[in-house]
Design a binder for this molecule. Structure first.
Ligand code: ATP
Ligand code: HSE
Length: 320
């Protein structure tokens, strides 16, 4: 459930008076998502998403996130467009929270993506990387190895509650990743969380990308590695080579990977699996049961980590 903050009709109407979106017809909370409170709004001019930023989003990052969506949308990437207020700004205050209104994207996310969906997502990711190359703002990735270490420091003592031996296993990953993490690869603005629930489709056609609230500057190939993790594993944790091949071919049809990026893919995939394992583990251990934040299973990413440790060549992901 992701409606942490209730909004009354009268305060919403007062908030909307600052926008040229017509009259409010209806609104309802959206259960999906975990970071912010989201509402679907219908007004006399169409449908919109209203987001109230909750405490896990640093407000000083909003110009980057919202500015990026606007930049990408203007360059032809299908993503939500922030709606401007009469004073030109894109954020206001509602129910004591910083809030923004963005355009509604048609489509639905794929619970069971096929290789065709994976190919489309690869193409869209590369398109986003190219379109973001001249975005003037930048934001360091807070979830690089130092950020992972902070999460790990907060989880280490209880990690073996999730699986005996996990603390020692992950300590070894940190040692190896610290040593082998690439220092210089093509970099720019990345999505950093392009999971299936952040990509909408109409049939097999990709209709848009959402949720840019982890976007940052980092290696492009790290974003590719995150998509391999999020899109190409089956429920039994086996890697689906057909999906990997499709995703990578889709990406490379728009932005070919350099040989250094190809070579780095196994270590990037391992680092990305560790990153999502750690955020999940931290939440798993620190968020009380029954809280509104949805907890996701860290074991799903421990299984991926184990897979990546065994990879000998990037061709095992379907790379050509
Ligand atoms: N522009 C949009 N058009 C249509 N639906 C949207 C749009 N933005 C968000 N949604 C809907 O709201 C849900 C939650 O959005 P979003 O993923 O941005 O939230 P979140 O709280 O940041 O979640 P998380 O980070 O856990 O994915 C989405 O799954 C989707 O159903
Ligand atoms: N995509 C993340 C959740 C928050 O964005 C995960 O699956 O762990």
């Amino acid at each position: 459930m992701a409606v942490y903050t209730d909004v009354s009709e009268s305060e919403l109407e007062a908030f909307l008076a600052e926008y040229s979106v017509g009259r409010l017809l209806s609104y309802k909370g959206i259960a999906e998502g975990s970071e912010n409170s989201n509402f679907l709004l219908h007004t006399t001019s169409g449908a919109y998403i209203l987001t109230l930023y909750e405490k896990r989003v640093d407000k000083s990052d909003l110009p980057f996130f919202l500015g990026l969506m606007e930049h990408l949308a203007r360059k032809g990437i299908s993503c939500p467009l922030p709606v401007h207020r009469s004073d030109g700004s894109v954020t206001g205050t509602l129910a004591g929270r910083t809030a923004a209104l963005i355009t509604f994207l048609e489509g639905m996310w794929m619970r069971r993506p096929t290789a065709a969906h994976c190919r489309e997502v690869g193409k869209a990711l590369a398109g986003m990387h190219l379109a973001g190359a001249d975005f003037p703002l930048s934001r360091p990735n807070a979830l690089q190895i130092d950020g992972w270490r902070k999460l790990w420091d907060g989880s280490h003592a209880r990690a073996d509650e999730v699986e005996p031996g996990l603390a020692a296993e992950v300590d070894a990953d940190f040692a190896e990743l610290g040593e082998k993490w690439p220092k210089d690869l093509p970099a720019g603005v990345i999505h950093a969380d392009l999971f299936p629930d952040n990509v909408f489709f109409l049939g097999e056609k990709l209709s848009g990308l959402i949720d840019f609230y982890f976007a940052c500057n980092d290696f492009y190939a790290y974003d590719v590695a995150t998509c391999l993790n999020a899109w190409c594993f089956e429920k039994d944790f086996s890697f689906n080579l057909t999906k990997g091949t499709a995703l990578l071919a889709g990406y490379q049809s728009v932005r070919p990977l350099t040989s250094a990026e190809k070579e780095a893919l196994p270590i990037l995939a391992r680092g990305s699996a560790l990153r999502f394992m750690l955020t999940r583990l931290y939440d798993w251990l620190t968020i009380p049961d029954g809280a509104l934040v949805q907890k996701r299973d860290p074991m799903e990413y421990i299984r991926r980590l184990r897979f990546h440790r065994r990879i000998k060549s990037p061709s095992e992901y379907g790379l050509r």
